[in-house]
Design a binder for this molecule. Structure first.
Ligand SMILES: [Zn+2]
Length: 415
């Protein structure tokens, strides 16, 4: 564990604090620092145990095994743990761990148990350490999020801090496929909280996410008419050709000024080489920062669908909206400033960034509750065999998390 800076900060600000200068605010909290450092060994072991379980979205057995591990360690950290069945029904219960305190602030932490990996990938990819980095399926995305939450709960208990009304940790079982079984729960809990911190892995170095694009899928279906490709191709209406033409048009729906992207991902149709294809499907990933941009793309797609180039082919289009856009907001920036003041206690500074990917933070922020994301340990390689988390960032990130829980717990409306 390398923390050269913290020691310097204590030395630097210790004297100033005594003199009553504004540097009072920047003095490290030694009890919290000691408590999060004390997490380190257990956190590494817990991460190894969690990553060793295959828990791709929909893996009932794996998610149950992971939930059992979490339940035990969270109960040992003083939390009340309950299961929340997914609504609408899907595979894997969500888990909610709650700490009750004596104060005012209500904070919701979110991490997810599911991964994008398949059963057998743990054995195939062989999770391992590379220095302080742990590499394995779901290590960074997002088992590290659960691990840092457990550390924070333990640190609060170790320091005896209870000046908050409630701290909830929601461990989502279906994030990687759009949180279909937990959307209502996330939004209900977010509405009933003063702050939401999503524990997706942090972006190196010292970044927190304050805005994400919304995600959606644009779907075109093409219906033509089958015919013998050799005998009478002129009688056919080729759905694949029409789909190819439309695919080439979709780049034009992007809007660089608004950072809206449209990416063709799936184009399929036809299944025999001697039949004019009567059916084709085209899907494009659409990301945008505003709902208005989604509306614009949806309308433009409908206009394209209304004018097929091949007479006799019909086209339908629709935009399936997934995570809503999470635009940057003054309330999130105010929370970021608050977090930044706390991170300064370690001599560090936290930078807010906007990213193109989606997460549960978008669902939480849509309720109007201030939300910050990327509040976990720092990592990289999500959704690849190099999915990793850097345990050298546990101490500073867990310190920041615990201090944020304390400050917002004590004074939810403070600045
Ligand atoms: Zn992911």
């Amino acid at each position: 564990m390398k923390m050269p800076i913290a020691g310097c900060v204590i030395a630097l600000f210790g004297g100033l604090a005594a003199s009553g200068t504004p540097a009072d605010d920047a003095a490290v909290n030694p009890a919290v620092l000691a408590a999060v450092k004390a997490c380190d060994t257990d956190a590494r072991h817990l991460l190894e145990r969690l990553v060793a379980i295959d828990s791709g979205t929909g893996d009932r057995e794996g998610l149950a095994a992971e939930a059992a591990v979490y339940t035990k360690v969270l109960q040992a950290a003083g939390a009340q743990v309950r299961r929340e069945a997914p609504t609408p029904p899907s595979v894997g219960d969500n888990l909610v761990a709650t700490l009750h305190g004596t104060g005012k602030g209500r904070i919701l932490l979110i991490a997810h148990m599911d991964t994008v990996f398949s059963r057998g990938d743990v054995a195939k990819l062989k999770p391992h350490w590379d220095g302080d980095r742990y590499i394995g399926p779901g290590a960074g995305d997002d088992k590290s999020g659960g691990v840092i939450a457990v550390c924070a709960f333990k640190a609060l208990r170790a320091t005896g801090f209870r000046d908050f009304a409630r701290i909830d940790l929601l461990l989502n079982a279906s994030e990687e496929t759009g949180s279909l079984g937990s959307r209502d729960l996330i939004q209900r809990m977010a509405r009933d909280s003063d702050l939401v911190l999503n524990l997706e892995r942090g972006v190196p170095t010292d970044k927190a996410v304050v805005s994400r694009k919304g995600s959606s899928v644009l779907i075109f279906e093409f219906t033509g008419r089958a015919a013998h490709s050799g005998l009478e191709p002129e009688k056919g209406r080729n759905a694949v050709l029409e789909a190819a033409r439309v695919a080439l048009m979709l780049g034009g729906l992007a809007n660089p000024d608004q950072k809206t992207t449209v990416t063709v991902d799936i184009l399929s149709g036809g299944d025999k080489t001697n039949v004019v294809p009567a059916h084709a499907i085209l899907k494009a990933d659409v990301r945008a920062l505003t709902a208005a941009e989604f509306d614009r793309v949806e309308q433009a797609a409908a206009q394209i669908a209304a004018k097929p180039a091949i007479e006799g082919v019909t086209i339908t289009s629709r935009l399936d909206r997934d995570f809503p856009p999470w635009p940057r907001s003054p309330s999130a920036d105010a929370m970021l400033a608050r977090a930044n003041r706390l991170y300064a206690e370690l001599g560090r500074s936290l930078t807010g960034i906007e990213v193109g990917s989606s997460s549960d933070a978008s669902l939480a922020a849509a309720t109007g509750t201030p939300t910050l994301d990327g509040f976990g340990m720092e990592g990289a390689g999500a959704h690849t065999p190099d999915d990793s988390v850097d345990l050298a960032t546990l101490t500073p990130r867990a310190y920041l998390l615990v201090r944020m829980l304390m400050e917002v717990g004590r004074e939810p409306g403070g600045m």
